[in-house]
Design a protein around this ligand. Structure first.
Ligand code: HH2
Length: 259
């Protein structure tokens, strides 16, 4: 999954692809580099980010979604707002990626009556304050229970299992140790049975390990994506598609010798 942030303030690429033409060109590049799926988002979720209005988010996301339709690559829309979900689904979005796990009132009801996939992500707190003092008694057990409960809630509204994707939400209300524990025990989440998506690309956890700024975290991001897939992830949300693709090709070759 290649990331296209149509925002002026995203943590790793804020402003770089702000504006419809820049965003569409970047999406095309990511597809050419081997992305199977593009995730477009009009609101930054970085710690401390300020919310964006419905109109502003629609203005950012909808023209890009419409321009990407002829490309034939599945498009995911990263939003927590039911209004954006409805508009995106009416324009053919293939996935709704909700960092709030479809907890906003009306979100599940907006996304359920469609054929699209739902990516249910775990977050403790909300972006403005989530990194202030994240606390868990047992992060893996709590994230597991949350994802299970939200997936069952989606199922109750008629969402078939093959439309559900789950995501532990690296960096969303989690300390360095929480993130590391989740990556270590990712297999436990995969055992729930729904495909696991992870977003580790360029995140601060990798900055803490390597001491590098977000743009210099490509190698660490590729390593993290590879390890996540080894630990059971099925979809990796990344900024650096070409590098990640190459690393995953090596893993695939190794796995094909495993028979
Ligand atoms: N991470 C970010 C945004 N959306 N969605 C899912 N499902 N999983 C993630 O880990 C995830 C996500 C944050 O990264 P980015 O889009 O690069 O930055 P920003 O939120 O500042 O736009």
């Amino acid at each position: 999954m290649g990331v296209v942030n149509i925002t002026p303030d995203s943590f790793s690429d804020g402003g770089e692809f702000f504006g419809t033409e820049l965003a569409v060109a970047h999406a095309r590049t990511l597809v050419a580099e081997g992305a199977d799926l593009i995730d477009i988002g009009g609101e930054s979720t970085r710690p401390g980010a300020l919310p964006v209005s419905v109109d502003e988010e629609l203005n950012r996301v909808m023209p890009v979604l419409e321009a990407l339709a002829p490309l034939g690559v599945p498009v995911s829309v990263d939003t927590s707002k039911p209004e954006i979900m409805r508009a995106a689904l009416a324009s053919g979005a293939d996935m709704i990626n909700d960092i709030a796990g479809f907890r906003t009132p009306g979100a599940l009801e907006a996304a359920a009556p469609s054929d699209a996939a739902l990516c249910i992500m775990h977050m403790q707190g909300e972006p403005r304050t989530m990194q202030a003092a994240p606390h868990y008694d047992d992060v893996v057990t709590e994230v597991h229970a949350f994802l299970h409960a939200r997936a069952l809630a989606a199922r109750e509204l008629g969402v078939a299992d093959d439309r559900i994707v789950i995501d532990p939400g690296f960096g969303f209300g989690k300390s360095f140790e929480h993130n590391l524990q989740l990556l270590h025990d990712l297999r436990k989440l995969a055992e729930l049975g729904w495909p696991v998506l992870v977003g580790l690309s360029r995140k601060s956890m990798l900055g803490k390990i390597t001491g590098r700024q977000s743009h210099e975290r490509v190698h660490a991001s590729v390593a993290a994506a590879l390890l996540a897939v080894v630990n059971g992830a099925r979809i990796v949300r990344v900024h650096d598609v070409r590098a990640t693709r190459d690393a995953l090709a090596v893993l695939e070759a190794l796995r094909s010798a495993d028979k």
